[in-house]
Design a protein around this ligand. Structure first.
Ligand SMILES: Cc1ncc(COP(=O)(O)O)c(C=O)c1O
Length: 457
């Protein structure tokens, strides 16, 4: 019998000592990143100008477990192990026989899961003598996480923030500045990539694809500067697996095993961080539903194609095989800014293609409704990205109400929404709309993708 505890806590001494690398356990090999100039798979030397070598090694590692250095664990202990909560009040409100658990990643200083990789990336950069890091941010969660991490490791940090979020969320910018970083609205007129966009559309709201172009260009054109990405890449997902590894230990403490694991997906990192340790069990025969939730206005997994594409708008990044809507597609400026990305982590994409992960898409109004239900039952106010995962969690629990199934549902509570209250105000006032994605724009963006022959090994 599962115990009835509300908060399941681990001691600091129980912090996982290693990250889990899913790469060697995949049901099919991961297609390599391709150099857009040569059309050949990338070598470590191609990535060395923008990433420290230790992260490049992690990106291609086939070791199933990678030790977490002591210095990183020491910083993690500021907020980790994070609590696992049982959502008793939500269960009662829904009248469901399901048991709902949420892993609370909002307790980190910047308020989301993002510091799990930001701290690791800042540490490896510092080890290799890097003094400045450039990055992009959508909703501002990643930018603030990296600003926090750089501050702790005494590294200068420059953040290109998607313009629409920069305008919607001034407090995120102030948070970055509090930790000593510089934050600018993207597109800017200080990079070639930004100027090109502004020439074509002076009122561009920006997008993650554009901001990535600017940050990569910044790193390539400044001394002792590297680039850092908050999602998508293998090493980022690797660092996030601490979330799922802790959650597994916590569920065991209350005699539970997850029947469904749910997370929202922007680039795929919080979802993968929670889900991959459970995907490992699923691949060895356990029956677990692993569900990735995206916005209907940026339906990468449910309406995109699984093929090689650039990670950014200006085509500066390597080509990655992933689900994509096309790198020139600019999604509607919905409030879940962190989910407005045309692509998806290659690891998550492959597992969706292999039908190990099930993708679903929701409109924003239904996700805000879920966020309000959660706030009024559990008390916590979530980020608009997280509300997508909560929507699916509530729907799964309601299905259990219909069928009588007593499922154990685990969801990643990826971040709080204290800096997103303006969006909630607009929702409560009835000022928000649902957006259908522009099918013709996606078709155009996909038609412009390069034809890349997948290398045979
Ligand atoms: C709170 C929160 N959840 C989820 C995401 C989506 O990113 P990812 O898919 O990498 O977890 C973001 C991105 O900014 C975020 O801020």
């Amino acid at each position: 019998m599962p115990s009835e505890e509300t908060k399941i806590l681990l001691r600091e001494s129980e912090l996982p000592q290693r990250w889990y690398n899913i790469n060697p356990d995949l049901p099919a090999p991961l297609a390599p990143p391709i150099h857009p100039g040569t059309g050949k798979p990338l070598g470590p030397e191609d990535l060395a100008p923008i990433f420290p070598m230790e992260l490049i090694k992690q990106e291609v590692s086939m070791e199933p477990w990678i030790d977490i250095p002591d210095e990183i664990k020491q910083v993690y202990k500021i907020w980790r192990p994070s609590p696992l909560h049982r959502a008793h009040n939500l269960e009662k409100h829904l009248g469901t026989p399901a048991r709902i658990y949420f892993k609370n990643e909002s307790v980190s200083p910047p308020g989301s899961h993002k510091p799990n990789t930001a701290v690791a990336q800042a540490y490896y950069n510092k080890q290799e003598g890097v003094s400045r890091i450039a990055t992009e941010t959508g909703a501002g969660q990643w930018g603030s996480a990296l600003s926090f991490a750089c501050c702790l490791f005494d590294i200068e940090c420059k953040v290109y923030m998607v313009k629409v979020s920069y305008e919607q969320k001034p407090y995120r910018r102030i948070l970055m500045e509090t930790w000593g970083a510089t934050c600018v609205p993207s597109p800017t007129d200080t990079t070639n990539a930004g100027r090109k966009i502004l020439e074509q559309s002076p009122d561009s709201p920006g997008s993650l694809g554009i901001a990535i172009s600017e940050a990569v260009e910044d790193a390539a054109t400044h001394d002792n500067t590297k680039y850092s990405l908050g999602s998508v890449l293998n090493h980022v997902l690797l660092h996030q697996t601490i979330v799922g590894l802790e959650a597994k230990q916590q569920l065991k403490l209350v005699d539970e095993e997850a029947d469904a694991v749910i997370g929202c997906v922007g680039g795929g990192s919080n979802f993968a961080g929670l889900a991959f340790p459970f995907v490992k069990d699923k691949l060895s025969g356990k029956n677990i539903d692993i569900i990735a939730i995206e916005p209907k206005s940026c339906p990468t997994l449910t309406a995109g194609q699984f093929r090689y594409d650039f990670g950014d708008t200006a085509q500066l990044t390597p080509l990655l095989k992933m689900f994509t809507l096309g790198h020139t597609f600019v999604p509607e400026p919905i409030h879940a800014g962190g989910l407005r990305y045309h692509g998806m982590a290659p690891l998550v994409s492959l597992l969706v293609d292999q039908k190990v992960i099930e993708p679903r898409a929701y409109h924003q109004l239904s996700t805000f409704e879920a966020a309000i239900t959660f706030a009024r039952t559990e008390g916590l106010v979530c980020a608009p990205e997280t509300s997508h995962a909560l929507r699916a969690t509530i729907d799964e629990a309601l299905k259990c109400k219909d069928t009588g199934e007593e499922k154990c549902i685990l969801v990643n509570y990826s971040g709080h929404g204290f800096f997103d209250l303006a969006a909630i105000e607009r929702y409560l006032a009835g000022d928000l709309q649902d957006h259908e994605y522009a099918k013709d724009e996606v078709e155009k963006a996909l038609a412009g993708l390069p034809e890349v022959a997948e290398p045979t090994s």
